[in-house]
Design a protein around this ligand. Structure first.
Ligand code: HEM
Length: 493
């Protein structure tokens, strides 16, 4: 893979006062149109008439620019100001990672923020700017939690997901089809509870209703950003114009909260030491586990499996060979050191995160007057203007990746492949950099990459190949597994 543009590093876009770019400064194309009317028209185009990606690609063509002005949903009446400057290429997007240039306060979900009644009255970590003291406390708490549970991740994953694969095999054998998304939704939350706190939700008073309660609460937090396939008029009124009343989900949230209050004892003790109240810490642990982690895995795992299904049996056999050789070399045990040696598995995971980043929108408000750069022009941004990135276009930038829209399993293998890693942005940062208490990069970055690798590893320890039907659902990708060929087996079932 050849890289055609100058390497970027975190925050290397110069500010207006220090602007030394040789690129011509151009006015930012696009306009916001008629107040109230145009934001609603743009919302309808975005959700229904054009769809997410074409909404941006048609405007890139129209303005001949990957940086332009537009409105972003939800607009009226949920967001008082829907005006953004879109940054849609690999060069301009990283300005969103630079917290010296953009403020990340209350912009996690974009131009609107869900009611804090959905999070116990607290603004949880994802909505905090690193300049706020609690950002450091909560993010440190999450780093400490993940570090303290590191040795539990592989056994927890194996315990939860091997039971899921058993069930998947039964379903395929019985009816010729297994709904991977449903199985993953049912398994993910128990896995996370076990990995983070040593207690599966299903083993507590929450019982088997955890995934349903979690999904309901997630919808209440995300409604203006999703479509659910209901009639447009219903969705426009009930999902995109007014927030759903948080009291409708209060009981479900309370039940999940009780789980965290009881199961997260050692983490809450650590919160005390960090100067964070146990209550605020519990709401944050709930959010990080159910929204950040579970919400992320609900989208990432089907997308990863879908890409592998579509890639076909040649990639499958290469993966199986690599995984089994590495496990054998570790004396038949699956270890972190063994996984680290699986170059193809690692590349497949990065490629899935690149081609279909699970969190597609990122926002940041200019902290000062700035100059931002695309590949071919520079643009002046005024303090207070909202920058917005639609990540799938930035990570499918043809100026960086050859055949950028194609899933290439071994894209990141070898020295040249590794050079491309810095253009993988799924974690709200360069893949070559790490989250800290001073930045807004995903606190779970290493955990996510590990569990995605574990899914591939466990899958190809069990199966030589498989087939699946892939379709898109309202939140992402859906996979129905149709056949599984067990390791060393000459027939499918
Ligand atoms: C932030 C993605 C899983 C905790 C973020 C952001 C992204 C992201 C894009 C930045 C959002 C923004 O500020 O614009 C993902 C994806 C995941 C995932 C795709 C899974 C597939 C996790 C996990 C944790 C986690 C497992 C567990 C601790 C957080 C936290 C933040 C965050 C706390 C806020 C960071 C800060 O305020 O500095 N994540 N994440 N995420 N993520 Fe993740």
């Amino acid at each position: 893979m050849n890289t055609k543009i100058q390497p970027l590093s975190a925050g290397n876009a110069p500010t207006a006062d220090e602007h030394k770019s040789t690129l011509p400064i151009k006015p930012i194309p696009g306009c916001y149109g008629i107040p109230f009317i145009s934001p609603i028209k743009d919302r309808l185009d975005f959700y229904y008439f054009q769809g997410n990606e074409p909404f941006f690609t048609t405007r890139i063509k129209k303005y001949d620019s990957t940086v332009f002005r537009t409105n972003m949903p939800p607009g009226p009446f949920m967001a008082s100001n829907p005006r953004v400057i879109a940054v849609l290429d690999a060069a301009s997007f990283p300005v969103l990672f630079d917290v010296s240039k953009v403020e990340k306060k209350n912009v996690f979900t974009g131009t609107y923020m869900p009611s804090t009644s959905l999070t116990g009255g607290y603004r949880v970590c994802s909505y905090l700017d690193p300049s706020e003291a609690n950002h450091t406390r909560v993010k440190q708490l999450l780093f400490d939690l993940l570090a303290s549970r590191k040795s539990f991740v592989i056994p927890s994953f194996q315990s939860s997901y091997s039971a899921m694969f058993d069930e998947m095999e039964k379903q395929v054998a019985a009816s010729g089809e297994s709904d991977f998304n449903k199985l993953n939704d049912d398994t993910g939350l128990d896995f996370l509870g076990d990995a983070y706190f040593g207690t599966k939700l299903s083993a507590t008073a929450v019982g088997s209703s955890g995934p349903t309660k979690a999904a309901k609460w997630l919808i209440f937090s995300l409604t203006p950003l999703v479509t659910l396939g209901l009639p447009k008029i219903i969705e426009e009124i009930f999902l995109h114009t007014f927030p759903l009343p948080p009291f409708l989900v209060k009981r479900d949230y309370k039940s999940l909260y009780e789980y965290f209050r009881k199961a997260a004892g050692p983490a809450l003790d650590r919160a005390d030491e960090l100067g964070l109240s146990r209550e605020e810490a519990t709401h944050n642990l709930l959010f990080a586990t159910v929204f950040n982690s579970y919400g992320g895995l609900k989208v990432l795992f089907p997308s990863l499996l879908a890409s592998i299904a579509k890639a076909g049996p040649t990639l499958h056999s290469r993966l199986a060979e690599e995984v089994r050789a590495a496990v054998e070399a570790e004396g038949g045990k699956l270890t972190l050191a063994g996984i680290e040696k699986m170059e193809l598995v690692k590349s497949v995971v990065y490629e899935a995160l690149r081609i279909d980043p699970p969190v597609k929108f990122q926002y940041g408000k200019a902290k000062k007057d700035l100059v931002i750069e695309s590949h071919d022009a520079a643009f002046e941004v005024k303090k207070g203007e909202m920058l917005f990135g639609f990540q799938p276009l930035a990570t499918k930038d043809e100026k960086v990746f050859v055949n950028a829209s194609e899933f290439v399993g071994d894209r990141f293998v070898g020295e040249d492949g590794k050079k491309l890693l810095k253009y993988v942005y799924w974690s709200n940062g360069f893949e070559t950099e790490s989250p800290t208490v001073g930045n807004k990069q995903c606190a779970g970055k290493n955990f996510v990459v590990l569990v995605a690798r574990l899914l591939v590893v466990e899958f190809f320890l069990r199966y030589d190949t498989f087939t699946g039907d892939v379709s898109t659902n309202l939140l992402g990708v859906e996979v129905k597994v149709k056949s599984l060929t067990k390791a060393g087996q000459l027939y499918s079932f």
